[in-house]
Design a protein around this ligand. Structure first.
Ligand code: MTE
Ligand code: MO
Length: 348
C-alpha cells in the first residue's frame, strides 16, 4: 500500500465542496440540475485519517473468526466474478447537520461542523455480504460481524472498524466495488467497501480488508466511544440551493430539494417559504426509494426583495416528522430539526 500525499485524492473545487480538515462536505447547490444520483466527483468524503492507494492485484479480503467454518481470502477478481447486486443507497454521516446545533439552537456540539452536505446517494454494485459469508460457511451461532478498513490507524485506536449484528449483515449489506457505474474511486473505498443501507455512514467501512465473524458481541471504539448506540439516521431535508443564495424577484420559480431517512421511505414533504408562518405540500414524482432519497419541488413567486427563510420538513414511513428543535446530543449526531435556509431575493 502506498501512502497518499493528500488526505483526499480527488479535486475539491470550492464551488462544490467545503473542506473540513481530512473531510469535505458537498455544497447543496452541487445537486441542482443533477439527476437522482450524486456524481462521484461531488460526493462528500469523511476520512478518519487519509485516503490510502491500494493495489487491487495484491489486495485480499480475509473472512475469518469463530463464526465461520471455512476461513478464507478473496481476491479482487474473485469478488467481481460472484453474482452481483446493484442498490441505490444513501450514505450519510451521523454528524451531518451538526453545525445547526450551534447556529440554530445556540448549543454548539463539538466535532466537524457539517452543514447538510455530508450525505450522497450512489448506485452501488457489488456482492451481498450474505453471499460472501455463506462462501465462508457462516455458522448459526454467529453474533457480530466486524469489518476493518485498510486505511492508517486512527490515533491510538487502531484501524477503523465497527461491528454489525449478524441480522443486518445477512440482510441488505453490500460489499461494493462499483459506484455509479465505475470502480470505486480511491476516496470512497477502492477496491471494496461496505454499503449498509439506512445506517449511519461509519457502518459503511471503506477500503475493506478483513471481516471477522464472531460468536459473541464485539466492542471497538467505534461502537462504544465514538458512535455508541447509533444505527439508523433520522429524516432530513435540504434545498438544492447555496447558503444565502440570491434569487431574482418577479415571476415564478421552481425550488428543488431532497429528503431522506434511514428509517424508511419519505411519505410527505412540506415547505415553508415565509420562515415557518405557512406550509404547503411539495410535489414529487418518480423515484421514491427506501434507503435513498426523495427529490421534490415547489413553485415560488417571491413578491418582495430582501432576506427570506426557506424551510422543508419531511415525514418518513415511521410516521415521524422533522421537529423544529432537535434535543441536545453529546456528540452532535442526528440533527433532524427543520433547517432554516436563508436566501436573498434581489430585483429581477
Ligand atoms: N476505513 C474507513 N471507513 C470509513 C471511514 C474511515 O475513515 N475509514 N469513515 C466512515 C464515515 S464516519 C463515513 S460518514 C463514511 C463516509 O463515506 P464517504 O467518504 O465515501 O462519503 O465512511 C465511513 N467508512
Ligand atoms: Mo461519519
Amino acid at each position: 500500500m502506498k501512502q497518499a500525499t493528500a488526505t483526499i485524492v480527488k479535486p475539491l473545487p470550492d464551488h462544490l465542496f467545503r473542506v473540513h480538515g481530512q473531510s469535505a462536505e458537498m455544497r447543496w447547490q452541487a445537486m441542482s440540475g443533477v439527476g437522482y444520483h450524486t456524481p462521484n466527483e461531488r460526493f462528500f468524503v469523511r476520512n478518519h485519517t487519509f485516503t490510502p492507494l491500494i493495489d487491487a492485484t495484491t489486495w485480499r479480503l480475509r473472512v475469518h473468526g469463530a463464526g465461520v467454518r471455512w476461513p478464507r481470502e478473496f481476491g479482487y477478481d474473485e469478488v467481481r466474478a460472484m453474482p452481483s447486486r446493484t442498490l441505490d443507497v444513501a450514505i450519510e454521516c451521523a454528524g451531518n447537520g451538526r453545525r445547526f446545533y450551534g447556529t440554530q439552537q445556540h448549543d454548539a456540539a463539538p466535532g466537524t461542523q457539517w452543514g447538510l452536505g455530508a450525505v450522497g446517494v450512489a448506485r452501488w454494485r457489488g456482492v451481498l455480504l450474505k453471499d460472501l459469508l455463506k462462501e465462508a460457511g457462516v455458522r448459526p451461532e454467529a453474533v457480530d460481524v466486524l469489518p476493518t478498513g485498510l486505511d492508517a490507524p486512527f490515533e491510538h485506536h487502531g484501524h477503523v472498524r465497527r461491528p454489525l449484528p449478524i441480522g443486518k449483515a445477512m440482510a441488505d449489506v453490500l460489499v461494493a466495488y462499483e459506484m455509479n457505474g465505475v470502480p470505486l474511486p480511491a476516496d470512497h473505498g477502492f477496491p471494496a467497501r461496505l454499503v449498509v443501507p439506512g445506517w449511519v455512514g461509519v457502518a459503511s467501512i471503506k477500503w475493506l480488508g478483513d471481516i471477522e465473524v464472531a460468536t459473541s458481541e464485539l466492542r471497538t471504539p467505534w461502537n462504544t466511544v465514538f458512535y455508541p448506540e447509533v444505527t439508523t439516521n433520522p429524516a432530513k431535508s435540504a434545498f438544492e440551493l447555496a447558503w444565502n443564495a440570491r434569487v431574482p424577484a418577479g415571476g415564478q420559480r421552481i425550488l428543488h430539494g431532497r429528503s431522506w431517512s434511514g428509517r424508511g421511505r419519505i411519505a410527505r414533504v412540506e415547505v415553508s417559504l415565509d420562515g415557518g408562518a405557512s406550509w404547503r405540500e411539495a410535489e414529487h414524482h418518480g423515484r421514491h426509494l427506501v434507503s435513498a432519497w426523495l427529490p421534490w419541488h415547489i413553485a415560488w413567486a417571491p413578491r418582495r426583495t430582501g432576506p427570506h427563510v426557506l424551510m422543508a420538513r419531511a415525514t418518513d414511513a415511521s410516521g415521524a416528522t422533522q421537529p423544529l428543535v432537535t434535543p441536545r446530543h453529546p456528540f452532535g449526531y442526528h440533527f433532524d430539526a427543520v433547517v432554516r435556509h436563508p436566501v436573498e431575493v434581489v430585483a429581477g
